[in-house]
Write a protein that binds this ligand. Structure first.
Ligand code: ADP
Length: 452
């Protein structure tokens, strides 16, 4: 008979219901515990990430990552391996403290290793029983004396490129690595990957910097030797052609003038080269005299007035009244002003204007050369005072010059303890400002007040 006519059915049914409720509650409690432990792991991961981001040094950073990996996945050990394209193998860059030196020399091949598989396939690999796993690379255990029982390897990927592997071994209690462990390791691996990439970029920058320093040194040596060797024959050419001009008939003046003009131009180039070089090697000296800047600015400007007129450019000097005296070498300050005015003339079209102004500001005499010429692109401004730097390519440019005028001017200004700067807008014009200290010994004190 079906049914509960004997009275047992309601009891059995109630027990069944109770059992189901208990079972459901058990499951619920289990899920709650699991969720709770996940939340705690996530909180810990977040905390660790926050702390790790604050740490800047490469090695301690990776070291903290492996310790965190051990802690969060309950592993006995963890390590980070970086791929070296030179030998196509994996190298340990972070490992447990006591094994660091030992492992630094160890190499892990891409074939026949779990880490190599994770690297090649750019995907995680969990191995529950290392002794049964053919891909397990046993040489590391032989080196450390440890026994790997279980392991997990996740790739270090940065913007699609795999840079290495993060590995954790021997989950405590011989438990198996879970999906959650893989997720935790992948999070830490992403941080390790960006640290490795940053390190690679830093090393590249350092290599380029030292290559650049070496090239600079070669360039300086070349300039020093060339200008030294050219000076004597040039002096002889100039001396003899000037002497000859006195002797020859007037009909040969033109040829000799061409020789003298061009030799003088060459001499200028050689002097510019050695001026910058002497400054950079510290060989240059400033002969201290009192320089009346109002007169000097006027004289140098006047020197270019005829050329400006030929070009149909207005060139004017605006000198503030009162004493504009600095301590320095007149010849060198004249070169600064000449180079700035020469450039303003070269880069200002007919109909344009150039104003050279001098005034006293606290502790300094300030000279500005303002033009409404072609201006300088913003991207070129930071390099404009470098030796040989020109906005247009040297071979394609309309204007002469070697890219030395401004570097010479800067060297001479700095020799006087002064500053030179530029403001410019393409198509609108440029303002070059020179500050020369009135009294060089007080320059640094004044500088703090005025230049701040
Ligand atoms: P260069 O002797 O070849 O002119 P400089 O060192 O004097 O070399 O100047 C470097 C470059 O800066 C110039 O080639 C030019 O492109 C730019 N420049 C300098 N002064 C001016 C200016 N007043 N207006 C526009 N461009 C300028």
């Amino acid at each position: 008979m079906v049914g509960g006519s004997d009275g047992h059915f309601p009891i059995t049914f109630a027990m069944f219901l109770l059992f189901r409720v208990a079972w459901f509650l058990q499951g619920f409690k289990y899920n709650l515990r699991r969720m709770d432990s996940r939340v705690r792991t996530l909180e810990r991961l977040l905390e660790v990430t926050r702390n790790l981001s604050a740490s800047l040094d490469f090695e301690p950073f990776l070291q903290s990552l492996v310790m965190t990996a051990c802690e969060l996945t309950s592993s006995e050990a963890a390590s980070i391996l970086q791929h070296d394209p030179a030998d196509d193998q994996l190298h340990f860059v972070a490992a447990p403290h006591h094994q660091r030196d030992l492992l630094r020399a160890a190499l892990v091949p891409l074939d026949g290793s779990v880490a190599g598989w994770a690297f090649r396939n750019a995907s995680p690999l969990v191995v529950a029983e290392a002794k049964r796993e053919k891909r397990h690379f046993k040489a590391v255990d032989q080196l450390t004396g440890d026994v790997t029982r279980s392991l997990v390897a996740v790739p270090l990927v940065f913007r699609g490129a795999t840079l290495g592997v993060l590995e954790a071994i021997n989950k405590t209690g011989d438990a198996h690595y879970t999906e959650d462990d893989v997720t935790i390791l992948e999070t830490l691996a992403a941080m390790a990957a960006s640290a490795l990439r940053e390190r690679q970029l830093t090393l590249q920058v350092q290599t380029h910097q030292s290559e650049r320093a070496e090239l600079d040194r070669l360039k300086s040596d070349f300039i020093a030797i060339t200008s030294h060797e050219l000076r004597t024959p040039l002096g002889l050419i100039l001396g003899h052609s000037t002497f000859l001009r006195e002797l020859v008939a007037e009909e040969h003046y033109e040829q000799l003038d061409i020789i003298i003009r061009n030799a003088t131009r060459l001499k200028e180039i050689v002097e510019n080269l050695s001026n910058v070089d002497n400054y950079q090697t510290g060989a240059a000296r400033v002969r201290e005299r009192t320089v009346a800047m109002n007169q000097l600015v006027k004289d140098v400007t006047d020197f270019f007035v005829a050329e400006a007129r030929r070009k149909n450019v207005t060139l004017q000097a605006e000198i503030a009244p009162g004493s504009l005296v600095v301590e320095g070498e007149e010849g060198k300050i004249a070169i600064i002003l000449s180079n700035l005015i020469k450039n303003a003339l070269a880069f200002t079209d007919p109909g344009g204007h150039i104003a050279v102004a001098a005034e006293r500001v606290p502790g300094y005499v300030k000279v500005t050369v303002v033009d409404d010429g072609i201006g300088i692109p913003v991207s070129d401004l930071p390099r404009i005072f470098e030796r040989f730097y020109q906005v247009e390519g040297h071979l394609t440019r309309k204007h002469g010059g070697m890219g030395l005028g401004l570097s010479v001017a800067k060297a001479m200004v700095e020799m006087h303890g002064g500053r030179i700067s530029v403001e410019s807008a393409e198509g609108k014009g440029s303002i070059f400002t020179v500050l020369l200290p009135v009294n060089r010994s007080q320059a640094s004190a004044a500088e703090k007040v005025f230049l701040s």
